[in-house]
Every structure is written in structure tokens, then in C-alpha cells.
Design a protein around this ligand. Structure first.
Ligand code: HEM
Length: 187
């Protein structure tokens, strides 16, 4: 394979038409690009879940301390610098769910699987490149739904679904549980 002009690749015997950046690197059907997209998205989610773990640890390590600066930034999660129980439940729910469904189910299987397995077995691509791309573009909305569920919903997401729903407001738990199905499906 040789690279001629930008975005114009030649293989021995035949040529590919040049592709615009957006089709080549964003809405790509190439298994390598899709694998990298999965991996990078999973790494962003790992950072988010890691920050949530640090907040859990903060509460467990110093339960009697107040955190006025955090309270200023996370107004709904803290009262007078003390972390609310609902906020703590949301932290470990979001941490666990993101780690399991959006990092561990995604980076090794969808990320490395897409990137490496066709190369290792000598296949040109995955069996259904369009479906393969579509699976990433269903995974990404799942990430956005779960990330936006705590700030946009009145009751925080919680695995136990114990926090009371406020009348007329959508529950954070509903957004949380609706974000996960696309993830294993995509993986
Ligand atoms: C399987 C993927 C998971 C990974 C990679 C992961 C990773 C981590 C990491 C790196 C920490 C920080 C450790 C520390 O501060 O000492 C942590 C803390 C924690 N994780 Fe997870 N976690 C995962 C799943 C879960 C699940 C499913 C739950 C339960 C809902 C959970 C609950 C917690 C709690 C409560 C802490 C705070 C513990 C502490 O700091 O003493 N994690 N996790």
C-alpha cells in the first residue's frame, strides 16, 4: 500500500477515491478508525469515572471534614460543604456503571478488537463495516446520556433507585438505565 496525495491511497492493482476528512476519520467505516474511536472514547470515560472514584474516596477517607470549595462548584451535591447522601450514592453508581459498561466492556473488546483482530487474521475489514460504524454511533449517545444524567435530572441516578422522584421531573435513574443498553449492544 502506498500513500500518494492527501487522503488518496493506492493498493497494488487498484486505487481508492479520495475521501473527505469527515468520512475518513469521523464517520469512517474503517475498522482501524472505529477501534481508535472506541478506545479514545473509553479513555475519556475512564477519566470521568476515575474522578468520581476520587470523590468517593474523599468522603470515605475524611467523612467528618467539610469541603467548601467543592460545595461551591457542586452546589446540589453539598450542603454547607458536607457531601449529601444522594450525591454519594450517585457517585458510586455512576463510577461503577461507567467503569463496567463504558470502559471495561468497550476498550478491550470494541477498541482493541476492532483495531487488531482483522489485522491479526489478515481480513480486509470487519464483516459488516456499516453496522460496525453504526455500533460506535450508538455507543456515543449512551456515553452522553449517562454523563448528562446527573446535572440535568432533579433526582440523581442511583443503582438502588431509592432517591425519591420529585413530581413532574424525570428521574436521573431513568436516564442512567436508558444509557446502558446501547453500550453492551455496541460492544
Ligand atoms: C470494573 C470496573 C471498575 C474499575 C476499573 C474501578 C476502578 C476504581 C478505582 C481506580 C478506584 C480508586 C481506588 C481508591 O481510591 O483507592 C475505585 C474506587 C471505588 N470504586 Fe471502583 N472500579 C470499578 C467498578 C466499581 C463498581 C462496579 C463499583 C460499585 C458500584 C465500584 C465502587 C467503588 C467505590 C465505592 C470506590 C471507593 C473505594 C475507596 O476509595 O475506598 N467500582 N474504583
Amino acid at each position: 500500500m502506498a500513500q500518494t496525495t492527501a487522503g488518496h491511497t493506492t493498493h497494488a492493482g487498484h486505487e481508492h477515491a479520495p475521501q473527505a476528512f469527515i468520512w475518513r476519520y469521523v464517520f469512517s467505516k474503517d475498522h482501524k478508525v472505529i477501534g481508535i474511536q472506541y478506545y479514545l472514547t473509553a479513555m475519556v470515560m475512564a477519566w470521568v469515572a476515575g474522578i468520581l472514584a476520587m470523590l468517593i474516596r474523599l468522603q470515605l477517607a475524611w467523612p467528618e471534614k467539610t469541603w467548601p470549595v467543592l460545595g461551591r462548584f457542586l452546589k446540589s451535591g453539598f450542603s454547607d460543604g458536607v457531601m449529601n447522601p444522594e450525591f454519594y450514592a450517585m457517585l458510586f453508581t455512576m463510577h461503577g456503571t461507567i467503569m463496567v459498561f463504558f470502559v471495561l466492556s468497550t476498550a478491550p473488546v470494541s477498541g482493541f478488537g476492532n483495531l487488531l483482530i482483522p489485522l491479526q487474521c489478515g481480513a480486509r475489514d470487519m464483516a459488516f463495516p456499516f453496522l460496525n460504524a453504526l455500533s460506535y454511533w450508538t455507543f456515543l449517545p449512551g456515553c452522553l446520556i449517562i454523563l448528562t444524567s446527573p446535572p440535568t435530572r432533579r433526582s440523581p441516578p442511583c443503582a438502588t433507585r431509592f432517591p425519591a422522584r420529585r413530581p413532574g421531573r424525570p428521574s436521573g435513574s431513568s436516564a442512567w438505565s436508558s444509557s446502558s443498553p446501547p453500550s453492551p449492544w455496541a460492544a
